[in-house]
Design a protein around this ligand. Structure first.
Ligand code: GDP
Length: 437
């Protein structure tokens, strides 16, 4: 995930301040120098970094702050507030038209992630706002684009409107008519991209905009291209006028400079971020939560939301009950693993916890491999074996190991772990019960 280096360096600047107790103006200036370097190394636009440091320095060198009881805390608070403001201030949601359908025109250069994120966003809004989305294939130039949209649409069970390689403006119009007639209240137009911005592309997009008058134009830019993404956003905004940005591939960008610069440079907010290749890997963008992640204070709110989306409360209570009675089966265990996977990668989840540093995340990657093994072993068992692991004798173990391409030792290890977990929950439960008496 983005901002790894930045988090580490800002934390180190704060650590230096903390070690001082009382602060002088020159202590603040030293810390700001460190933060400025960190921002530039994270590929933040030069002017944006300069303005940010200027504002924070002015606020932090105020006599009242320097003389306060906990000056470092105050400085951290100021940096946090300015980061939130840099990232856009308030969370900016997608505008929903009072006269459905809401029409979202998705634009972007080829490879930015427009087609996949069209589908991801449609699925997200269907889940979060109970909308009925329709995808419209207006990219008639890239031969595989229509097919790709159909593939992702099918995977997510979202219908796709297409008319083959026709006129994109007409297709957009027909798609919207189709949505109106069939009760779809949210239309995504997957428009064409090019490798570079050119006049023909812009003219076509302007034509679509003038004809269908979209509720919003969302530009998809690739976070991994750093400041180029910011330039692309600026150019599209000047030529076409955009309402917001979907920043894709945040998972692949260790620096985060584009995300930190785009609002300040273009004035247009980031509304969503793409966080991985899977079709569930998309999040609404919350500047306050992102600032908190950057400052190493975690993002517990997003983590809780992801857990709520993945876990059914009633089912979770039943599983907990079974666990306490020592009756958890490997089937339940497998179910829990699947749900955890739906929440996102271990690495991403840990990144949302306060105080987890990059080094700890390196270990989490190995755990994911372990999780895949566990899953494969359980999948290789019969339902009877999952419900009653005590029947698994040596010949069954051998069959299970062969089935998943792992060794009998690995099967043994999992069974032992599961047994130990059951024992422990039983013990904990009885301890809790006797305490309660
Ligand atoms: P388009 O040409 O703009 O329509 O781009 P595509 O939707 O075809 O995406 C290009 C590539 O980027 C595909 O391989 C996607 O799977 C990948 N991609 C899109 N969004 C993300 C993201 O948020 N993270 C990662 N890791 N890959 C992404």
């Amino acid at each position: 995930m983005a901002f790894e280096g930045l988090t580490e360096k800002i934390s180190s600047a704060f650590k230096h301040l903390r070690s001082k107790g009382r602060l002088t103006e020159s202590d603040i200036k030293d810390a700001m120098k460190e933060i400025r370097m960190a921002l530039l190394e994270a590929d933040v636009n030069f002017k944006v970094a300069k303005d940010f440091i200027k504002t924070v320095t002015e606020k932090a060198t105020d006599a009242e702050i320097l003389e306060s009881l906990s000056p470092t805390q105050q400085v951290i608070k100021i940096v946090n507030e300015e980061l939130v403001s840099l990232l856009g201030g308030q969370t900016t949601r997608l505008t929903i038209s009072p006269n459905p359908p809401t029409i979202v025109m998705m634009a972007g250069l080829q490879g930015a992630g427009k087609t996949t994120n069209c589908a991801k966003l449609a699925a997200l809004l269907r889940k979060q706002q109970q909308r009925r989305p329709l995808l419209v294939a207006c990219d008639v130039y890239r031969p595989a684009a229509i097919e790709q949209l159909k593939v992702v649409g099918k995977q997510l069970n979202i219908p796709v409107f297409d008319e083959g390689q026709g006129d994109p403006v007409e297709i957009a119009k027909h798609g919207i008519d189709f949505a109106r007639k069939n009760g779809y209240d949210l239309v995504f137009l997957d428009t064409a991209g090019r490798l570079h911005i050119d006049e023909k592309l812009m003219d076509e997009l302007k034509n679509i905009k003038a004809t269908v008058k979209p509720t919003e134009i969302i530009l998809v830019v690739d976070a991994m291209t750093g400041q180029d993404a910011v330039t692309v956003a600026q150019t599209f905004d000047e030529a076409l006028g955009i309402d917001g940005v979907l920043m894709s591939k945040m998972d692949g960008d260790a620096r985060g400079g584009a995300a930190l610069s785009v609002k300040a440079v273009t004035g247009k907010p980031i509304k969503f971020i793409g966080t991985g290749e899977k079709l569930g890997d998309i999040e609404p963008f919350h500047p306050d939560r992102m600032a908190s992640r950057i400052l190493g204070m975690g993002d517990v709110l997003t983590l809780i939301e992801k857990a709520q989306e993945s876990f059914d409360q009633k089912q979770a209570a039943e599983t907990a009950k079974k666990m306490m009675a020592g009756k958890l089966t490997l089937t339940d265990f497998y179910d829990q693993l699947q749900k955890m996977k739906n929440m996102g990668s271990m690495e991403e989840m840990l990144g949302m916890l306060p105080g987890v540093d990059a080094k700890a995340l390196a270990g989490a990657k190995i755990d994911e491999k372990q999780m895949a093994h566990t899953e494969a072993i359980i999948q290789s068992m019969t339902p009877k074996e999952r419900d009653n692991p005590s029947i698994i004798n040596y010949s069954r173990k051998k069959r299970i190991a062969n089935g998943c391409g792992l060794s009998v030792e690995q099967v043994n290890k999992l069974l032992k772990q599961f047994e130990a977990m059951q024992k422990m929950t039983k013990q904990l439960t009885s301890m809790a019960r006797s305490k309660g008496k």
